[in-house]
Design a protein. Structure first.
Length: 349
């Protein structure tokens, strides 16, 4: 994969600097936006995504030594401050619109962590993307959904793996068990990322890593960046596990709907396999993540409970924003009856 396209002055300055190589004498000046705009600022989000990608598979057109370059780490830290601030604002705003149950859980009320967690997730109201895919999304719209999700699913579980050395005891063992499953139980070709690549191929989309990074908007980038932000900082280990638990707890039923939607729209059985696999897997992962990881984590470190719930809310709110962006585009399209810009499609199902 090559560096993505710049989307504004921050990413342009950053990518020009990165192309020059760590030994060049060029300087990097990054002008920041207002922090509260960070979740909607595609320029900031693509810059942050690229800086995080240095720790995953990086880019073919830049020097690998950039990963630990002090200047880039300083820029990343500034972007993360803006991101962190915006996350807290978004959670606060979203909570105002949610039910009293969600609001009460966010400030940790009585009961054990697991029951509070399940109440919080169960009461959270997000956009009905899965119902839309199941019921009436067109094949083109389902491809848009798949390419948006490809940014995460082609590196599925990787950001959470960073938490393994940061926790201990039963919580660590449970996280390893969950991740082992995400990585296909040691069977070559069976990692969930590879299963999703098959879905993309079957849908006539490009399954190469990062193929659609230039086509996704700020909500998709933010939903991905939050996992790297939590995963790369030890101090956010609680939020990382809360995010993971909320992700798993909101996956099984939607995956049933996605699989049904793909079949309804004429996609192949092989295309639906990834979602079929997650109906059962994520029902198990949900229990593992909440009861065996998060509950055990707070037994050893009770101060992490608020972070776990914060991470869970970040997952719910950012995934809702990602889904809402897609639905809004589909609704605009329906209203105007004019063609929307199609994703790059390399074939047909
Ligand atoms: Fe998975
Ligand atoms: Fe899972």
């Amino acid at each position: 994969m090559k560096l993505p396209q710049a989307r504004g002055p921050i990413s342009r300055a950053l990518f020009d600097y990165m192309h020059d190589g760590p030994n060049a004498k060029s300087s990097l000046v990054v002008r920041m936006c207002r922090a509260s705009d960070a979740l909607d600022d595609v320029d900031l989000q693509i810059a942050l995504w690229a800086l995080y990608e240095l720790h995953f598979r990086s880019f073919d057109d830049i020097d690998e030594r950039w990963e630990w370059d002090p200047t880039l780490l300083a820029v990343r830290s500034k972007l993360e401050d803006a991101f962190d601030h915006a996350l807290h604002e978004a959670i606060r705003d979203a909570l105002k619109k949610q039910s009293a149950c969600v609001q009460a859980n966010a400030s940790t009320r009585g009961g054990d962590l697991a029951s509070r967690f399940f109440e919080l997730v169960g009461a959270f109201e997000g956009p009905a993307l899965a119902q839309r895919v199941q019921r009436d999304a067109s094949a083109e719209q389902i491809r848009e959904f798949l390419l948006s999700r490809s940014i995460y699913h082609l590196k599925e579980a990787d950001a959470q793996t960073w938490a393994i050395p940061r926790i201990s005891g039963p919580a660590k063992s449970a996280l390893v068990e969950l991740q082992f499953d995400e990585y296909g139980n040691g069977i070559a070709g069976q990692t969930h990322a590879e299963l999703f690549a098959i879905t993309l191929d079957e849908a006539g989309l490009d399954s190469s890593y990062g193929a659609y990074i230039d086509e996704v908007g700020a909500p998709t980038l933010a939903a991905n960046n939050v996992m790297s932000f939590f995963g790369l900082h030890r101090r956010h280990r609680g939020a990382a596990m809360g995010h993971l638990a909320a992700f798993e707890a909101t996956s099984s039923l939607p995956c049933r709907r996605y699989a049904a939607g793909l079949r309804r729209a004429g996609f192949s059985e092989a295309a639906a396999d990834y979602f079929d696999e997650h109906i059962e897997a994520d029902a198990v992962h949900e229990q593992l993540a909440v009861r065996a990881i998060c509950v055990n984590l707070v037994k050893g470190e009770p101060q992490l409970e608020a972070d776990i719930l914060f991470g869970a809310l970040c997952c719910l709110v950012l995934d809702s924003r990602q889904s809402a962006e897609l639905i809004a585009r589909w609704d605009d399209h329906d209203d105007s009856a004019t063609p929307v810009q199609s994703p790059s499609v390399v074939g047909a199902p």
